[in-house]
Design a protein around this ligand. Structure first.
Ligand code: GAL
Length: 453
């Protein structure tokens, strides 16, 4: 489907580059992109939260105005908006296959008979923000294949497209990399091409008096080394598949880049899978409720964008009818304690403090499939109030006792520590510095640890 899949095997290079930047203290110097939004307010000061249809709808005919409007309504009535979910974003397949005679992007008028501007205005009228998608190449990613063609891409049309999006009232752009030329030999990634759109967004934004959030989607080209200087968030991984192995693989990949996250600039391990089980397709079974809580915890611990991708009106009907899937969807998405960790103003991404391989050693010369690895992993994330948020994740198929201590998570010196379990809400005061938890199979225990005295 995508013509850049082959580039996604280049993680070791990315890791090497990350280490160089860290040891030279180059990270701060990289962050030169504009972070100002309307009236100078910081743009994406905390990780963006919202909805995107791609994981569950792709380009199906259900991707249309009626669905998006119903989703906007459900964002408000379900309490998601009040909890901080702000963006309603389109992904691929909203545009007409051809540009207009004036060279401008046009909406697919079968899907969106009243155009995109009216949809953005509808989102704004409900207090939400609105996003679109395009690609830095000549065509977008969907529909690329024999006899098919993607939708118009931005290459060579950057200024006009940026102007179009601002004129529609767009607040957020996800910019993919399909059908673009290979990077220049002196360009470690796709810097030049993404910079052209960054400049176009900035120039048009100055005319419109506000700035669009710029989400870069170019995983596998050392993106973390160049995207922080250009955009507000950047995909560090391939697409998250609707299955547990894919979710944890994206978690582990993304966890390597914690040094690059800071207010206005976020690593993006792709969307939340919450609310999409069972699919009836064994290759995309969705996550169990335990696994959904695990993803939500890990994404928050990594200060990741919280972009959900499910049929919200459907889940809301299920919630109102007492159906388990709907109840679980909102139980996960509305966990305010976990959201608060994600949105913590300090803007630090949690770092790995311990990682244990749970599978037997491999025979010499064998390697494990990316989707078939199992670890027990502990992360710690400093919070603005001096506490730490900690995740203990068990990818094994049996419950597991997992322990950590105050030194490991970066705290010490207090006599007592108040520990809050962010899912059970149980609060315990510990005297002493060791904590042990029983972590369910495929589960994550998420706690905050606060030095008490
Ligand atoms: C992929 C991208 C997905 C989705 C899709 C649309 O390249 O990673 O998140 O945007 O393109 O075609």
């Amino acid at each position: 489907m995508s013509n850049r899949t082959s580039l996604r095997g280049r993680r070791p290079l990315a890791t090497a580059a990350a280490l160089v930047l860290l040891t030279t203290g180059g990270v701060a110097a990289q962050f030169t992109a504009s972070t100002a939004g309307a009236a100078g307010a910081p743009l994406a000061a905390t990780p963006p939260m919202g909805w995107n249809p791609w994981t569950y709808l792709r380009c199906s005919s259900t991707l249309n105005e009626k669905t998006v409007k119903a989703t906007i309504d459900a964002m408000v009535t379900s309490g998601l908006k009040a909890a901080g979910y702000q963006y309603v974003n389109l992904d691929d397949c909203y545009a007409a296959t051809q540009r207009g005679a004036d060279g401008r992007l046009q909406p697919d008028t079968v899907r969106f008979p009243n155009g995109i501007a009216s949809l953005a205005a509808y989102a704004h009228s409900k207090g939400l923000k609105f996003g679109v998608y395009s690609s830095a190449g000549t065509a977008t990613c969907a529909g690329v294949g024999p006899g098919q063609k993607g939708f118009p891409g931005g290459q060579g049309h950057e200024a006009a497209d940026a102007d179009t999006w601002y004129s529609w009232g767009v607040d957020y752009l996800k910019y993919d990399a399909c059908n673009s030329l290979p990077p220049a030999t002196n360009d470690p990634g796709n810097t030049a091409r993404y910079q052209v759109m960054a400049d176009a967004l900035k120039a048009a934004g100055q005319r419109y008096g506000r700035q669009i959030v710029y989400s870069i989607c170019d995983p596998g080209r050392n993106v973390e080394t160049w995207a922080p200087a250009i955009g507000n968030l950047w995909r560090t991984t391939g697409d998250v598949g609707l299955k547990y192995g894919s979710m944890v693989a994206n978690f582990h990949e993304n966890s390597a880049y914690s040094a690059y996250a800071q207010p206005g600039h976020w690593n993006d391990p792709d969307m939340l899978l919450t609310g999409n089980y069972p699919t009836g397709d064994s290759s995309r079974p969705g996550l169990t409720p335990e696994e959904e809580r695990s993803q939500f915890s890990l994404w928050a611990e990594m200060a990741s964008p919280l972009i959900l991708s499910t049929d919200l009106p459907g889940r809301l009907n299920e919630l109102n009818a007492g159906v388990e899937r709907g109840k679980n969807t909102f139980n996960v998405l509305l966990n305010k304690d976990v959201i608060a960790v994600d949105q913590d103003p300090l803007g630090k991404q949690g770092t790995v403090v311990s990682k244990t391989d749970l599978l037997p050693p491999l025979a010499p010369g064998k390697t494990r499939d990316r989707l078939d690895q199992r670890f027990a992993t502990i992360l710690t994330k400093p919070l603005a109030n001096g506490s730490r948020a900690v995740t203990l994740t068990n990818e094994g198929d049996q419950p597991r006792a997992m322990s950590t201590n105050t030194t490991e998570i970066g705290l010490r010196g207090a006599n007592n520590y108040t520990v809050k379990d962010l899912w059970t809400k149980k609060v315990t005061v510990y005297t002493g510095s060791y904590f042990t938890f029983t972590v369910p199979a495929h589960g994550t225990v998420m706690i905050t640890v606060t030095p008490t005295n």
